[in-house]
Design a protein around this ligand. Structure first.
Ligand code: UD1
Ligand code: UDP
Length: 374
């Protein structure tokens, strides 16, 4: 049996690791699988675990309100120690660019397990943006033995860093697998959150879906974003719906600037099925999220990304995603173009799938099934 430990801690990691968990579970004779959650996120992680029916074997339960990176990093490494020493995995799978991924990879390296990096090779080459994610991803990449790159662009980034090409697999992004699983599960019924969303949205209005949480946008960035949304919402033909991230640095400016506006709905973070339903329902999306940049193209939804750079250039090149930073004027101008210029809207709303075809998890498990590598 090959012993595998999957580690994740935040909402997006959980969404993107869920299809991998499901795929491993198809081969109980081949893999001894354990799941460890750091719970860097709590409520937002649990929403995903519930939807995908995943029961962790280990839960470090680390989230603290307004947590800082120093303590979180230390707690993850120390929390992983007894788990790694007792289970002694052959492979530890970590995902992407969070502090959970970087610290879990480091702990796995200390225990001499082989590290598999899922969603490897994305780069901005700017260590301040996204902060601290760019450095988390680069460090995890240095530690990893096997690299599962979602696209050819990310594979090339790794090759340029002298990673052995034999240890890189291009798989697509498991977020597309997750999106397909959610769509399949929801066929024929609406969950409670979707029923609620239907009751608050006014038929005939154009829905602008907003999310935001990046650390480098805290302070002035979020104030500019909120003021821009306030102006956009003066058009009464639009309805802004914003599931607000639970980070207090986000909650405060958003509630202060956007609270009480009739056509701006500030709601709690949504479960994955309701959020994917809302993406599909929206006219366009304004976000600084990584995952949403990957999901929206396959739904044919234009995305204005509130960042100055992206480690996900594929959808920008294809024209669905536009970088608008956190500049008030640029956000308002680009949103108005999408609302008023039909050609611009049509150009940005062509559905395409630069991030995969829903078989990424299968490809990852196939690589590991074939024997011990790396
Ligand atoms: C983290 C990741 C980021 C990822 C994002 C996804 C790092 C450094 N950051 O950022 O890469 O894009 O998750 O959302 O790894 N909170 C709750 N409940 C929750 C989740 C968060 O109350 O379920 C609040 C807590 O006060 C917590 C704070 O949000 O301390 C910040 O959480 P944290 O994981 O440190 O940062 P994120 O901005 O969520
Ligand atoms: N998402 C969700 N509920 C929400 C907002 C987002 O389920 O209310 C999903 C979204 O579909 C995507 C992921 O969460 O798959 C993105 O998470 P986030 O933006 O927090 O992190 P990032 O992708 O930027 O790391």
């Amino acid at each position: 049996m090959i012993k595998v430990l999957i580690v994740f801690g935040t909402r997006p990691e959980a969404i993107k690791m869920a299809p991998i968990v499901k795929e491993f579970q198809k081969f109980p004779d081949l893999f001894n699988l354990k799941i460890c959650v750091t719970a860097q996120h709590r409520e937002m992680l649990d929403q995903v675990l519930t939807f995908f029916e995943i029961q962790p074997d280990y839960d470090l339960n680390l989230m603290k309100p307004g947590q800082n990176l120093f303590q979180l990093t230390g707690d993850i490494i120390m929390g992983m120690k007894p788990i790694l020493e007792n289970f002694v995995p052959d492979y530890v799978l970590v995902h992407g660019d969070t502090t959970t991924s970087m610290a879990a990879a480091m702990a796995a390296f200390y225990s001499q397990a082989k590290v598999c990096h899922i969603e490897a090779g994305l780069r901005t080459f700017n260590k301040q943006s996204p902060f601290p994610e760019e450095m988390n991803r680069q460090l995890t990449g240095r530690i990893a033995d096997l690299h599962f790159a979602p696209t050819e662009t990310s594979r090339q980034n790794l090759v340029r860093e002298n990673i052995d090409v034999q240890n890189i697999y291009v798989t697509g992004n498991t977020v597309i697998d997750a999106l397909f699983i959610a769509q399949e599960k929801l066929k024929g019924y609406d969950d409670q959150e979707i029923i609620h969303l239907k009751s608050i949205l006014t038929p005939g209005k154009r829905v602008i879906l907003v999310t935001g949480h990046r650390r480098e946008n805290f302070g002035d960035g979020f104030i500019n974003i909120c003021n821009a949304l306030k102006l956009i919402a003066e058009d009464k033909n639009v309805e802004v719906i914003y599931p607000v991230h639970l980070n207090p640095n986000v909650q405060k400016p958003v509630n202060e600037i956007l609270g009480g506006i009739t056509n701006v709905h500030l709601i709690d973070p949504l479960g994955y099925p309701a959020f994917s339903w809302l993406m599909a329902k929206s006219y366009f999306i304004i976000t600084d999220s990584g995952g949403v940049q990957e999901e929206a193209p396959s739904l044919g939804k234009p995305v204005l990304v509130m960042r100055n750079n992206t480690e996900r250039p594929e959808a920008v090149e294809a024209g669905t995603v536009k970088l608008v930073g956190t500049n008030f004027d640029v956000i308002v101008e680009e949103a108005n173009k999408l609302l008023r210029e039909e050609d611009t809207y049509n150009e940005m709303s062509k559905a395409h799938n630069p991030y995969g075809d829903g078989t990424a998890a299968q490809k990852i498990i196939n690589a590991l099934k074939d024997g011990k590598r790396g």
